[in-house]
Design a protein around this ligand. Structure first.
Ligand SMILES: [Zn+2]
Length: 67
């Protein structure tokens, strides 16, 4: 993985995956009940709904940027 990233000229950032699937990417509220189902993320705090994978990828991207 590291070798492939270097070869592609892409910086590789390790991201702690903790809470990425249960944290709201909009308001950052963390609640395991935010994860309605395997596919659906619905924030208990701000009410945003999106695909769980999309939400997690937003969280991972943000963590990568701040690393
Ligand atoms: Zn929210």
């Amino acid at each position: 993985m590291e070798y492939k990233a270097k070869r592609a000229g892409v910086p590789l950032v390790s991201v702690d995956p903790a809470y990425t699937s249960r944290e709201c990417s909009q308001c950052h509220h963390i609640d395991r009940r935010n994860r309605r189902s395997q596919a659906t993320f619905a924030c208990r705090a701000c009410g945003v709904m999106m695909h769980a994978e999309d939400n997690a990828s937003h969280n991972i991207a943000r963590k990568g940027e701040s690393a």
